[in-house]
Each structure stands twice: as structure tokens, then as C-alpha cells.
Design a protein around this ligand. Structure first.
Ligand SMILES: [Fe+2]
Ligand SMILES: [Fe+2]
Length: 337
């Protein structure tokens, strides 16, 4: 069959595009929009199963992180056309990335009960049995890690931080009243209840300054970037709104344990109470946040529509699996078993 003019061979185009995902090739002028769309569609559908994932790797996650930083920053309408072109491509890839994460946990999520009480019980059990829970990394950080090892760990965590406050704000759009109110209360706590010194984001930024850390996308392992990128994808795309409720809720559920260990590590290396406040605070406050989120956001959502249970379960498992990949990578970095 004759190939249409200007269209490059399918296999060649796919290889070029994969190289572009890794950030080491310039755009190819022969590719028109139609070809790009079709080839990206092909790439995001089955290349991941045929060979190593195109999404779970450094180059792609860095590119997604840069795009997220750019697209969420307040801007002006002047460069709209260029941004629109880029957004089309990146949204397609972002969707492929989340779908790959979903495919890895879908079976387990499908086993979650869909009645409100049964679901909450299943969800809360994730604290004990969820992917990556009670990882050996954290007792090691609390009791043995040296100052520079703790600094490296926090550099990764800080660069991979997507901003819980903004994720909550993005997720609450058009939610039913009770969940919307609960997300608003949670957001207000993130905002220090109107007191700048109590805002959680700047509190973490202060710790970064205290420890003289230099977080950057390029210096962050892909596992940590992927965690932040997955959270951002779920909060910004309305088709994953219920997933985002689950992912944010499972952070509240599981953060107290990790925060307590991290706070102990910081105390051991001599940080004062006010310097380690971010982790001390989350070790306690998130216990309440989790209880309220489950009771006032998740429960009424599932009672209204049982299908949401499965989506919330998927979001929670996506978040925990991303965390598990981080802990595996961090332990490998530190030479732990
Ligand atoms: Fe917080
Ligand atoms: Fe919280």
C-alpha cells in the first residue's frame, strides 16, 4: 500500500518518539500533528508491555515534572498556542503513565468492598498491609542514618513533594457538599488556619533551608518524581477525581508513622523542636485528618455511588505503590537490604 506523502514509516516514527520521551532528541519536522497523535496513541497503548516501561524511567519523569511545574504556574495568555500544542502531547503521555500505574494495581483494587462500612474497613487496613507500609527504611533513618544520609533522603522527598495543599484544592472542585467541606477543613489546616507561620508548605521549605538542601528535578530519582507526577495527574484530571480522593486520603492514613520516624531522625541529629516542626506536626495532626477524611469524605462518596469505591481504592494503591518504589530505591542507594 502507498504511504501518504509526508508520513514517515511507522516503526521509525515510534523509535524517534521514544527517544524524544527520554529527552535526547529534537522534534522531527516531518512529523505532522496527525502522525504525532497516532504514534503517541500507539506508544502509550502497548509499548510498556512489550519491553521496559517508557514511563517508569528518569528521562520521562523529569520531562513530566518540568511540564507540571510550568503548566501549574500562574502565567499570561501570550504563549497560549505553543503551550496548547505541548499540552496535547504531554496530557496524552500523562494519561498513559497513570493507566500503566492503574494496570499494576487494578486486580487488588477490584477486591475492595463497595459498601461504605466495608470499604472504610478495607481502606484503613492499608495502613498495615498496603504496598510499602512499615518499610525498614524508616526505623533505620530514625536510629542509624548519618546526617548526610538524612539530608539526601529529605532532598529526594522535598523535590518530589507535589504540594498537598494545591492537590486538595484541585481535587475538591465540584465535589458533593460533605466531602467538599471536609477537603476545605483540611485545606484550611494546610493554610495554617490563616496564619502564615502555620502554613505547611513554607514549614517544609524552612526545613530545607535549615538543612541546607538543594532539591532539584535533575537531582531527584525517578521514583520520587513519579510519585509527585502521579499525584498531580490524578488531582488535575477530572476523570481521576475519585482516585485523587483515595490517594490523598491514604497519605493522611499513612503519613503519621513515617513522619514520627523522620522526626526522631531529625531530633537525633540535633534539630530543635521548631526546626523539626513539620514532621512532629504531621505525626499527630494527620491521625485526625485521616479519621475525618475517611468518615466525612470517603464514606458519603461511596454511599452515594458504590463505583467510587473502586476508583478510590485504585488511587490509594497507586499512591502506596509509588511510595514503595521510592523506599526500594532509597534503600538501594543506602546499601540497605
Ligand atoms: Fe500537611
Ligand atoms: Fe494532613
Amino acid at each position: 500500500m502507498m504511504r501518504p506523502k509526508n508520513e514517515i514509516p511507522r516503526k521509525q516514527a515510534r523509535l524517534i518518539l521514544i527517544r524524544q520521551f527520554k529527552g535526547n532528541a529534537a522534534p522531527i519536522p516531518e512529523l505532522n500533528n496527525h502522525t504525532i497523535r497516532r504514534e503517541f496513541s500507539v506508544a502509550t497503548r502497548f509499548i510498556a508491555t512489550a519491553c521496559e516501561s517508557q514511563f517508569l524511567q528518569q528521562g520521562f519523569q523529569e520531562r513530566l515534572s518540568h511540564w507540571n511545574r510550568q503548566r501549574l504556574a500562574p502565567a499570561y495568555p501570550g504563549d497560549w498556542e505553543e503551550r496548547f500544542q505541548q499540552d496535547q502531547v504531554m496530557l496524552r503521555l500523562e494519561h498513559g503513565f497513570v493507566e500503566e500505574l492503574r494496570s499494576r494495581i487494578r486486580d487488588r483494587a477490584s477486591q475492595a468492598p463497595t459498601d461504605p462500612d466495608g470499604f472504610i474497613q478495607w481502606f484503613e487496613a492499608l495502613e498495615q498491609s498496603g504496598p510499602g507500609q512499615h518499610d525498614a527504611l524508616f526505623p533505620w533513618l530514625a536510629e542509624e542514618a548519618e546526617r548526610d544520609e538524612i539530608r539526601w533522603f529529605l532532598t529526594q522527598e522535598a523535590a518530589g513533594e507535589a504540594g498537598f495543599d494545591d492537590l486538595v484544592a484541585l481535587t475538591q472542585v465540584k465535589l458533593p457538599d460533605s466531602p467538599k467541606l471536609e477537603l476545605a477543613r483540611n485545606y484550611w489546616d494546610e493554610m495554617g488556619r490563616g496564619n502564615a507561620k502555620g502554613m505547611h508548605g513554607p514549614m517544609l521549605a524552612q526545613l530545607v533551608t535549615t538543612l541546607d538542601l538543594s532539591p532539584s528535578i535533575e537531582a531527584t530519582v525517578w521514583e520520587s518524581l513519579a510519585l509527585a507526577n502521579a499525584m498531580t495527574a490524578m488531582a488535575t484530571n477530572r476523570c481521576y477525581a475519585w482516585h485523587s480522593v483515595g490517594a490523598l486520603g491514604v497519605i493522611e492514613l499513612t503519613a503519621p508513622g513515617r513522619s514520627a520516624h523522620t522526626a526522631r531522625a531529625l531530633r537525633r541529629i540535633g534539630l530543635t523542636q521548631s526546626e523539626r516542626r513539620y514532621f512532629d506536626l504531621h505525626a499527630v495532626l494527620d491521625v485526625k485528618h485521616s479519621r475525618d477524611w475517611n468518615e466525612l469524605a470517603i464514606k458519603p462518596l461511596v454511599a452515594q455511588d458504590p463505583r467510587r469505591a473502586t476508583a478510590i481504592a485504585e488511587g490509594a494503591l497507586i499512591r502506596l505503590s509509588c511510595g514503595e518504589r521510592c523506599f526500594d530505591r532509597y534503600r538501594a542507594h543506602f546499601g540497605l537490604g
